[in-house]
Design a protein around this ligand. Structure first.
Ligand code: ZN
Length: 237
């Protein structure tokens, strides 16, 4: 992202404002020209199912520079809302932890409907569009992202034993040929895909269901590698 546009965007747009596009200046790193882009603070795939594919194929956060036609990735705070899966995911690309704390601290301004939805929905925060896609894919596979993250830690540790020189940039859940697995992406852009070992996910659910806090919360939560490391560190105590 070339510029920080998020300052101009209300972190929690009101219902009637969610689909009102926000204008932001985008500086093109190819031709140097600045143009005005319309940003959308919310993707509601229950109302607009066609937009889910745009998020998954990356084009939702792509913008074509009107001057030179190059494609730019413009990433900004955006709420992904899928009521059919009771899933709300907030993409918070800049200073994620800080933005998340701010977002959760604004709950007194949420509407009663929003608070009611927040009680029953899976509420997540993510840092990047790739992380957002991963959460969507996990929900589509009807898996629990917390157990998927824990499974990821085990599969990745096993993978690193076999390939100690692998410099991982990202490890993301991905289903291939109907099988659950993780795609490992190296810093050089090499990718490997590793299937969930038989029974591991169910074993992880059994092992951790008592260790994962069951608090009923309306907070958006960041369920990532740090969260997993925290859970695993408690296991050693
Ligand atoms: Zn341009």
């Amino acid at each position: 992202m070339e510029e920080k546009q998020n300052k101009k965007i209300d972190l929690l747009p009101r219902e009637e404002e969610r689909y009102k596009p926000v204008e932001a200046k985008v500086h093109c790193r190819f031709c140097g020209k600045t143009s005005v882009m319309k940003l959308r603070a919310c993707v509601n795939v229950s109302l607009h199912p066609e937009e889910k594919e745009l998020v998954l194929n990356g084009s939702f956060f792509q913008y074509e520079c009107p001057s030179c036609k190059e494609k730019l990735q413009v990433v900004y705070p955006c709420l992904y809302d899928d009521m059919s899966r009771a899933l709300m995911i907030y993409l918070l690309p800049d200073e994620t932890e800080k933005a998340l704390a701010e977002l959760n601290s604004q709950q007194h301004t949420w509407s009663p409907e929003m608070l009611k939805a927040a009680m029953v929905c899976t509420m997540r925060a993510v840092r990047t569009p790739n992380d957002l896609c991963e959460k969507i894919k996990i929900a589509d596979a009807e898996l629990d992202d917390r157990y998927v993250e824990l499974t990821k830690a085990f599969v990745f540790a096993q993978f690193m034993k076999q390939k100690p020189d692998f410099k991982a940039a990202q490890v993301l859940y991905e289903r291939q040929n109907g099988k659950d697995g993780f795609v490992m992406i190296s810093k050089e852009g090499k990718t490997f895909w590793a299937q969930f070992p038989d029974g591991l996910y169910d074993e992880v659910v059994r092992m951790f269901s008592d260790r994962i806090p069951k608090k009923k919360t309306t907070d958006y939560e960041l369920i990532d590698a740090n969260w997993t490391a925290n859970i695993l560190s408690k296991l050693k105590e």
